[in-house]
Design a protein around this ligand. Structure first.
Ligand code: GLN
Length: 487
């Protein structure tokens, strides 16, 4: 039961084969058993989850049939949860109790989902491996010695290991899609503005976007139906109708034009991943799609541009952690300067400090034009590249990551870690929707196919992903139980 999809679980709940309380209890028991090795959750809400599940069962008994009613969900610990500690993977917020719920949390709660707890993540979502978390790295359920990816690694690991059927994540440069690829789950990042950022702790505000980690694209469509929408509390939330994502899934692929970026198949791509992705593309072709090679001429500038823009925005967003308003405060400060300095030195980890330094430098007088303004121009070129490509193709598809999950500690050099997002970052810079879905295995480890759409074409992206999942069973493979069940 713990590896069923949301829609299958929903059907089981409606026909009374299982109650939400039983389902929730099963998830909680599995978390209790496996979390000591996976470290996917940093907070588990046992009592409130069982209470919410009880309420969902009562509502169902009264005829409520909403699809997410009684389905357990885990939230990345970047989303504020009222009265439930929200750490953002940082010592700075280790004991932070938000006074309100994030939009995403509020919406899923309103749809009857049961919150199991909060998942592990890289500190302030800065990272690609979960290793920058103050709470320690999470493990990849397919190989406990490897990372789950990041920054939404806890959510991806939790879904992959059957600790929960669905989870939320955020993606600033690849943080939903890359861990989805590493853990063998479906990770969807909507267009910028489609899901409100209200109550989502800010990293790089012009890039951050909330999304989903699930077992299938169809489940992402169900979650997105609830999470998308206009919210006046986020000024970048868009005022446009939300498509009926679940109803668009069945469109056949006949006539679909799929752009294949040549640059995504350049050197550095592992042989097994390349072969698997080419096979996946051939499958789309068999289903009636046409493959067209496309050029994204400025793609090589996406990582450098991102590592100016994202740290610049982060340095401004993280200025609020001063030891005065909320979060960690150093012991016995001698004066205000000492309070600021020690609070921030002790509260932030290495990677966060590195970003604050880089960002402050890039924004400082004399360097603003040389770095920040230039990076913004490059960002426009990257967006234009996609716009030209989408004049000829309906979606773009290629690998999510150049390789499968790596071992803990394998990428000690920050720049090596930054290059992890080589195929995903441009999508954030352009604000587009993208999904990673399981498309193959190399040496027993999963990797993902990334599908990118034009602005607000989430329905199309989910449709293509779903059609691929109708033809393949990569998304149904669960981690070899040997590693997990030994515990
Ligand atoms: N790995 C990228 C970074 O560290 C992206 C992270 C994210 O998407 N939150 O900035």
């Amino acid at each position: 039961m713990l590896h069923l999809s949301v829609s299958e679980l929903s059907a089981e709940l409606s026909r009374g084969a299982v109650s939400s309380v039983e389902l929730t209890r099963a998830c909680l028991e599995r978390i209790e058993r496996l979390n000591p090795v996976l470290n996917a959750f940093v907070t588990v809400c046992t009592a409130s989850a069982l209470e919410q599940a009880g309420q969902a069962d009562l509502a169902r008994a009264k005829g409520d049939t909403r699809p997410l009613l009684g389905i357990p969900v885990a939230h990345k610990d970047i989303f504020c949860t009222k009265g439930v500690r929200t750490t953002c993977g940082s010592r700075m917020l280790r004991d932070f109790l938000p006074p309100y719920d994030a939009w995403v949390v509020e919406r899923l709660h309103g749809a009857g989902a049961v919150m199991l707890g909060k998942t592990n993540m890289d500190e302030f979502a800065m990272g690609s491996s979960n290793e920058t978390s103050h709470f320690g790295v999470a493990a990849n359920p397919h190989d406990l010695g490897r990372v789950p990816g990041g920054s939404s690694g806890g959510s991806a690991a939790a879904v992959a290991a059957g600790l929960c059927p669905m989870a939320t994540g955020t993606d600033t440069g690849g943080s939903i899609r890359q861990p989805a690829s590493f853990c063998g789950v479906s990770g969807f990042k909507p267009s910028y503005g489609r899901v409100s950022r209200w109550g989502m702790i800010a990293f790089a505000s012009s890039l951050d976007q909330a999304g989903t980690l699930t077992r299938s694209a169809a489940d992402a469509a169900l979650m997105m139906r609830t999470m998308a929408g206009l919210d006046h509390r986020d000024s970048t939330s868009v005022d446009r109708p939300v498509d009926d994502y679940p109803n668009e899934l069945d469109k056949p692929l006949r006539g679909l034009r799929v752009g294949v970026p040549i640059v995504h198949f350049a050197k550095g791509l592992s042989a097994g991943v390349e072969q698997g992705i080419r096979a996946a593309l051939a499958q789309l072709e068999d289903a009636g799609a046409t493959l067209l090679e496309i050029d994204l001429p400025n793609n090589h500038l996406s990582v450098p541009a991102y590592y100016v823009i994202a740290p610049a925005e982060a340095s401004a967003n993280l200025a609020r952690y001063d030891g005065v308003r909320y979060g960690y405060r150093c012991a016995d400060p001698t004066d205000l300067d000492d309070l600021y300095t020690r609070t921030r030195s002790e509260g932030f980890g290495e990677e966060v400090k590195r970003r604050i330094l880089v960002g402050s430098y890039a924004l400082s007088a004399g360097y603003y034009d040389a770095y920040y303004r230039k990076a913004q121009r490059v960002r426009r070129l990257i967006r234009n590249d996609f716009a030209s490509a989408f004049e000829h193709v309906d979606v773009i598809a290629g690998p999510t990551s150049p390789h499968v999950a790596f071992a803990h500690g394998a990428k000690a050099d920050p720049v090596q870690m930054y290059l992890e997002d080589i195929f995903t970052i441009a999508v954030n810079l352009a604000g587009l929707p993208g999904i990673s879905i399981p498309a193959g295995m190399e040496n027993g480890l999963p990797f993902g196919l990334q599908i990118i759409g034009p602005d607000f074409a989430e329905a199309r992206v989910l449709n293509v992903a779903h059609q691929f999942q109708q033809m393949t069973d990569w998304h149904l493979r669960v981690p070899e139980s040997a590693a997990l069940e030994g515990h």
